[in-house]
Design a protein around this ligand. Structure first.
Ligand SMILES: [Fe+2]
Length: 141
């Protein structure tokens, strides 16, 4: 991965859950709320879109009726996006390393499997597994 792409990935990884910050909540969907803030602050559209769409956000947008709002940003399909999703979905809330299946179990236990997030994360499984598999393939060369 080129150095500029690695830098973008690192920044996106730091900022991807920014929308959970209490003062930034607008829609209640952290991916969109974080993206709106970054956009308002003038950050590059590519970074904003990566945050908006991280970890199959379209599944949660569907659950929340926010598909049109999320559609303000194009979803990037790339090594950077895949690696961001993999990092998010294999790392716990305290920085723990997880296999994806364990991370999914952790999320559904924390939010409840029948919550908006639980249903979205369950529906997102094929998309997230795809991103993880592609990233592992890229790393393996
Ligand atoms: Fe997130």
């Amino acid at each position: 991965m080129p150095s500029d792409a690695r830098e973008l990935l690192e920044v996106a990884a730091w900022w991807h859950d920014l929308g959970y910050a209490t003062g930034l909540v607008q829609t209640g969907m952290h991916q969109i709320d974080g993206a709106r803030f970054l956009e308002d602050m003038g950050y590059p559209n590519r970074l904003v879109a990566l945050v908006a769409h991280h970890s199959a956000a379209k599944c949660e947008a569907h659950e929340r009726g926010l598909v049109c709002e999320l559609g303000r940003w194009d979803r990037e399909e790339s090594a950077v996006a895949d690696a961001l999703w993999m990092a998010d979905m294999t790392t716990g809330p305290r920085g723990e390393s997880f296999e994806y299946s364990d991370r999914l179990n952790e999320i559904t236990a924390r939010y409840n499997a029948d919550s908006i997030v639980g249903r979205a994360m369950t529906a997102a499984q094929p998309l997230i597994r795809g991103a993880i598999d592609r990233t592992k393939d890229r790393v393996a060369g």
